[in-house]
Design a protein around this ligand. Structure first.
Ligand code: ATP
Ligand code: MG
Ligand code: MG
Length: 589
């Protein structure tokens, strides 16, 4: 059975986690500030913040900033912004780096307890000690493992004082490397501290020359913050053993017991297919990429691929900043995550499933208006020059008594080019010469009389007449008044790639470029929206029935066209709309 944002924590796997340890809930969302969050992170955020909220507990936002080579200020800011946008408020914002001194002291303590040693073996040597390629060989210790604790302590302080070159040394935990029965690689004497090349840290500056690893840091920070349930994704399943080991050897957890200290449990990742989530690959899409290709004759060819998107927040991407910019409302994302449910299984889902979930949400939450993407003027020749009939149309046709707006029907209106054909045919029910067609919400049909073309051979005027007909037209098309409508630029989006599995494309020598969809973005520069658009976003019952959205973006359904929102690039003079999703699956692909 599918879960909803209200019951997802009280049933299924998550309620099981709570029942295992019924204590005041304290969770954390621990991103590394090395990139923008994506749709997968929305699950981690929902799980951690939502779990705490559901059980009246608290959730920290903890920046796991132990890797100064990759971390940047902007990511700290954008991550905070996205959590607020999703509607969650951290109990406190912390950093792993807040605890660097305490972590360091515990590392010394670990050495003193003979549970860690300083090791100068190379990467290759360490691999061999762990059984070589595929871990098929016998595991063995290096000489550093048995050095006196006093020596490791001295060397560790030399590491701290910058006396070792980056990459030349580590502090290793003395786990179970030499126990032939220990099959978990997480217990094969993992590194706890390393010397990194670029030591400038966004929080602690140049203070530290050594940085703790994830395996050393995560469980200890969880303990420092008294995290009760440490929820992470299943690739950390084997880490649960090393997580508990470190806490136990430092007396911060009792062996084989969840009575004291944090409890780690693992849920399945959310993988969205049909798009690219990897930072490295999105960087190629954002910046473009260059490849040196070796020809058989020895010459090299430089292949340059231009950027495929306009930035990290391009609405065609699945970063959270892009999804927000496209106009997807935050509660729709929470619905999507809860519909998929949370278990230990990874969820692989195609982008169109995400879109249909968004569509389902928008269907019942946003007002409807008429937008004409590619307008052609229609002159209703048998109406007076100053003809005007005010038509009252509810924003939600299912609630005729709710809020409405007036659409003035005038002698000149515009319809969409796709609703007109120069030549009629039996299977076509919309506008064509000689044909009678209905206009949405207009009490009389019109008959198409003739049309004119501009210098380029494009139809630019259709002549028509109001007709008194007892027969109901076969089709009703949408329209806008020609004079009082607002000019807008409307951007329609389709999938970025023509294939279902863009991750399996050739990203090493630039082959991915051939699979880019040339129509992933279609821009309508001269679209027209009816004047009622100006009433959107005003506090008026029924106009903005959407509640719970944490932004003030204006969203609406353009009837017969798609769901749209106002883009952040819009100005008073130049309104820009983004299509959030099409009205139906497939349309526009
Ligand atoms: P990526 O490499 O895609 O950026 P990550 O694991 O490096 O992912 P972190 O910054 O470490 O990202 O993520 C913070 C939290 O979000 C972690 O607890 C991680 O398990 C979780 N998370 C990341 N990706 C997903 C996903 N696709 N589905 C669910 N949770 C995820
Ligand atoms: Mg990350
Ligand atoms: Mg990570």
């Amino acid at each position: 059975t599918s879960t909803t944002p209200t019951n997802m924590f009280n049933q299924g796997w998550l309620s099981g986690v709570y029942n295992e340890k019924k204590v005041p809930v304290r969770t954390r969302f621990p991103p590394e500030p090395n990139g923008y969050l994506h749709i997968g992170h929305a699950k981690a955020i929902t799980v951690n913040f939502g779990f705490a909220k559901n059980y009246d507990g608290i959730c920290y936002l903890r920046f796991d900033d132990t890797n100064p080579e990759k971390e940047e200020e902007i990511y700290f800011r954008k991550i905070k912004e996205m959590i607020a946008w999703l509607g969650f408020k951290p109990h406190e914002v912390t950093h792993s780096s807040d605890h660097f001194q305490r972590l360091y002291d515990l590392a010394e303590e670990l050495i003193q307890r003979d549970k860690a040693y300083v090791c100068t073996c190379s990467k290759e040597e360490v691999n061999l000690q762990r059984g070589g390629p595929d871990n098929r060989g016998k595991r063995f210790a290096c000489s550093h493992r048995s050095r006196p604790t006093s020596e490791s302590l001295t060397e560790f302080r030399r590491m701290r004082d910058g006396e070792y070159a980056p990459g030349s040394v580590t502090l290793r935990m003395k786990q179970s490397l030499t126990d032939p029965t220990e099959g978990n690689p997480q217990m094969w004497d993992l590194a706890a501290y390393r010397v990194t090349a670029n030591n400038h840290h966004p929080q602690t500056g140049d203070k530290w020359k050594i940085y703790p690893t994830y395996d050393f840091t995560h469980c200890l920070c969880d303990a420092f913050e008294s995290i009760s349930h440490s929820l992470c994704t299943t690739e950390f399943y084997q880490s649960r053993v090393s997580y508990n080991w470190l806490l136990e050897v430092l007396d911060m957890k009792k062996p084989k017991s969840e009575e004291m200290g944090p409890m780690q449990r693992e849920y399945g990742r959310l993988n969205v297919e049909g798009t690219i989530l990897s930072k490295r690959r999105i960087t190629m899409l954002v910046n473009g990429s260059t490849f040196e290709i070796k020809n058989p004759d020895g010459t090299t060819l430089t292949k340059t691929i231009p950027p495929a998107v306009r930035g990290w927040d391009d609405p065609r991407l699945y970063t959270l900043i892009a999804i927000r910019r496209r106009g997807v409302p935050a509660p729709a994302i929470l619905n999507f995550v809860s519909e998929l449910g949370v278990t230990t299984a990874n969820t692989n889902i195609q982008t169109y499933k995400f879109e249909s979930s968004i569509r389902k949400y928008l269907e019942r939450t946003v007002p409807r208006l008429m937008l004409v993407l590619d307008p052609i003027k229609v002159v209703l020749e048998n109406l007076a020059e100053d003809f005007r009939q005010d038509i009252t149309i509810p924003f939600d046709p299912k609630t005729p008594s709710g809020a409405s707006r007036i659409v003035p029907l005038t002698r000149e209106i515009c319809i969409d080019r796709s609703d007109f054909r120069e030549e009629d045919s039996v299977d076509f029910f919309r506008a064509a010469p000689g044909k009678v067609v209905g206009l949405s919400n207009v009490p009389f049909p019109i008959k198409i009389v003739s049309f004119e073309k501009d210098g380029q051979g494009r139809v630019n005027i259709i002549k028509a007449e109001k007709v008194e007909s007892a027969e109901k037209p076969k089709a009703y098309i949408h329209w806008v008044p020609a004079q009082t409508s607002l000019p807008v630029t409307a951007r329609q989006y389709n999938t970025l790639f023509l294939v279902e599995e863009p991750n399996s494309l050739d990203w090493k020598s630039g082959g991915y470029a051939d699979a880019l969809n040339p129509k992933s973005e279609v821009i309508f520069e001269k679209a027209l929206i009816e004047p009622g658009f100006k009433e959107l976003g005003k506090e008026k019952e029924g106009v903005v029935p959407e509640s719970g959205a944490s932004d003030d973006l204006v969203r609406f359904q353009a009837v017969r066209t798609g769901y749209f929102s106002v883009d952040t690039e819009s100005t008073a003079e130049g309104l820009v709309l983004n299509q959030i999703v099409s009205l139906k699956e497939d349309s526009g692909k």
